[in-house]
Design a protein around this ligand. Structure first.
Ligand SMILES: [Zn+2]
Length: 425
């Protein structure tokens, strides 16, 4: 009983996040934080207990085998004294974040010109992403437009890019992408931008791409958690949730991907602790971002249906199929989904040898409740609803801080994967 309650408490409370939480509007630099991969020998709770007195930030959620933990500079000696089985992932997390955050400058392009591929040489500020999308849609007015589905907690538009082909706007089944629901997973925005860019720029010159664009309507929402993304750029590079406050708690943020109104009330796949990284909210869909996404998803379902949904995340290199809520459940068409996932994995590896793991979400990674792909599968009746966890692997690894030199290769290998997948679904 006691052990259970300790385990539960540890699972619900991210490692000493409160200790690392900044004062409002103060930027966390992570200067001097050293990141370790600590072997748990299948007992993460014991290791977490040992780390409790230290100022730490958890860097991974799947922690059966190891914990990736950033240790504050003042506690490095105390950490060494614990003599845990650990290897160093970042000597200085702050300096790696600084190197990653040398944003490219983007001045926009003249009317109807296409942005250049240099866009994928670096990360960019949120405002530049908006300019990029407006430029891209502006260059292809006959095949694309920007749309808005609603606003975030802080009033930002949740925008998307709609791409269509020869059948005309809104005439085909939907291919539907979400990016950056977890704010710190910056690579996901860059990858969906690359796919958007290739669909539009190759449409008139590449017959295979033309066939794809003519077959579907694409609805691509690169920032479904815009407030969190902005906060990850201005205040805390490791921010994950939205920026919603809750009465009775100083902890900010709900995990939008544990807030979907499907299997939300089940236990074990999300947290009821407002301070947790996987806090699911007070009620299903009680984040404005999720409510907007649900409403928009319903319109897609009721028009021509949703063929493929991908929620783009990082990291770990996984292709995750339904379901997240129960490790014994798979989708009715799981055999077909698995065949496609194997093909996708194979095609992704052709570009740079990058290896992805595939399988049902719960049994392959971890249990999630109130997550998007389960909702898409059972409520929105999406034929294939997947979560893709991008680079790096769980075992290298720079985690969420993916070096800019990997943005373009990450994007190219996914685009190659989409060119395989979309024609045969
Ligand atoms: Zn994520």
């Amino acid at each position: 009983m006691k052990l259970t309650s300790i385990v539960t408490q540890l699972l619900l409370a991210p490692l000493a996040l409160a200790a690392a939480a900044p004062k409002v509007n103060q930027k966390i630099t992570y200067d001097g934080y050293k990141v370790f991969r600590i072997s748990t020998h299948h007992d993460a709770a014991i290791v977490k207990d040992l780390l409790k007195p230290l100022t730490t930030v958890a860097m991974n959620l799947k922690d059966e085998e190891h914990l990736d933990v950033a240790i504050a500079p003042q506690d490095l000696d105390a950490f060494d004294a614990l003599n845990l089985d650990a290897e160093v992932l970042h000597e200085d997390l702050g300096s790696d974040i600084k190197a990653e955050s040398k944003f490219g400058t983007y001045g926009g392009v003249s009317a109807r010109a296409v942005p250049s591929l240099t866009w994928w040489n670096s990360y960019h500020a949120y405002a530049d992403h908006i300019t990029f999308y407006n430029d891209l849609a502006g260059a292809f007015p006959n095949n694309s437009e920007i749309f808005n589905i609603g606003t975030s907690v802080q009033g930002r538009q949740i925008f998307g890019l709609h791409i269509w082909g020869s059948g005309g706007k809104g005439s085909k089944p939907a291919v539907y992408f979400h990016g950056t629901v977890h704010a710190r997973e910056w690579i996901s925005a860059k990858v969906v931008e690359y796919i958007s860019y290739q669909l539009l720029t190759q449409y008139s010159t590449d017959l295979a791409v033309m066939a794809i664009v003519d077959k579907y309507d694409f609805y691509i929402l690169p920032f479904v958690n815009p407030d969190g993304f902005v906060y990850s750029q201005t205040n805390d590079r490791l921010w994950r949730k939205n920026r919603q406050t809750r009465s009775g708690s100083s902890c900010v943020g709900t995990d939008i991907n544990r807030n979907w109104p499907y299997k939300w009330s089940l236990t074990g796949g999300a947290s009821t602790n407002k301070c947790s990284e996987t806090y699911k909210g007070q009620a299903a869909s009680d984040t404005p971002e999720n409510a907007a996404l649900v409403a928009f998803t319903t319109t897609l379902k009721n028009s021509h249906g949703i063929k493929l949904y991908i929620d783009w995340h990082s990291f770990g290199q996984y292709i995750l199929l339904p379901y997240g809520y129960d490790c014994t459940q798979v989708a009715a068409n799981n055999a077909q989904q698995t065949t496609l996932a194997i093909g996708l994995k194979t095609r992704i590896a052709l570009s740079y040898g990058t290896q992805f793991t595939y399988g049902p979400s719960c049994s392959t990674l971890y249990k999630t409740t109130g997550s998007s792909a389960d909702y898409m599968t059972d409520v929105a009746l999406t034929e294939f609803a997947w979560t893709i966890e991008l680079r790096p692997t769980g075992s290298s690894s720079s985690g969420f801080i993916l070096p800019p030199a990997q943005i373009l290769p990450s994007s190219i290998e996914q685009w190659e994967g989409m060119k395989y997948l979309l024609p045969i679904m």
